[in-house]
Design a protein. Structure first.
Length: 243
């Protein structure tokens, strides 16, 4: 029976990097996507060309619990069980205080916090049976807040709290950890060159990270961290030293 991992938000960016690296490590991969269908299909085909019948793609809207539960069913049944869940899907856009509306709150919390919880809960039987693990992709701003992104920062702070709570509740069968990226991929909207330069000036290693830096940390927590649970690894080049 193959080792199996579900990666949410797997079509692009950090999620895709995690999926590729875990696939290269021998895992069969369930690739979740919402709207990036062409990217998900292309990645799935590429992985299957490398190793036959080793990847599937599943479309689901993580803002709907019914879709979350369907995704869990597919992930757990495709290869007879699941060894790891990577909660990578995220919603990120600016919402300055004073202009946040309820829809913003609901959308950001649904994807960044609600879905990871209910997906973890739905997959609990198979993760317990396989003594598996969960890795949540958080953000270094979960601890300090990102100006202009209060709802996002609060949701990611909740994800860190969820990591610790589930690590206690699901032990000893299931390990739960988190990875908090720093400046890895620039947002797809906004951000001037001056703003980016200011961020880079506060990174100890003096450079932007890469998606594979996050994927390596995720792989470590899944494969090589059998005595680690309830922890968060900051992968930020030392940026958190200059808060």
């Amino acid at each position: 029976m193959p080792n199996v991992v579900l990666v949410t938000g797997a079509a692009r960016r950090i999620g895709a990097a995690c999926a590729r690296m875990l696939h290269a490590a021998g895992y069969n991969v369930v690739l979740h996507f919402k709207s990036s269908e062409s990217d998900a299909i292309a990645l799935c085909e590429a992985l299957n060309n490398l190793r036959y019948a080793s990847a599937v793609s599943v479309k689901a809207d993580l803002q709907r619990v019914s879709d979350v539960e369907r995704l869990a069913t597919v992930a757990a049944s495709t290869w007879g069980g699941l060894d790891a869940l990577v909660n990578s899907a995220s919603v990120f856009y600016p919402q300055p205080v004073g202009k946040v509306v309820e829809q913003d709150w609901e959308q950001v919390f649904a994807t960044n916090l609600k879905a990871p919880f209910f997906l973890s809960q739905a997959l609990l039987p198979t993760l317990r049976a396989r003594r598996g693990c969960i890795v949540n992709i958080a953000d270094i701003h979960a601890e300090t807040g990102l100006p202009g992104f209060p709802v996002y920062s609060i949701a990611k702070a909740g994800l860190l709290a969820m990591t610790r709570c589930l690590a206690k509740d699901l032990a000893p069968e299931v390990r739960v950890n988190a990875v908090s990226p720093g400046a890895i991929l620039w947002p797809e909207h906004g951000g001037s060159e001056a703003e980016r330069a200011a961020i880079l000036s506060k990174i100890a290693l003096g450079r932007q990270g890469e998606a594979d830096d996050i994927a390596k940390a995720v792989k470590f927590l899944i494969q090589d961290a059998g005595y680690i649970t309830g922890q968060t690894i900051n992968v930020d080049g030392g940026r958190s030293l200059y808060r």
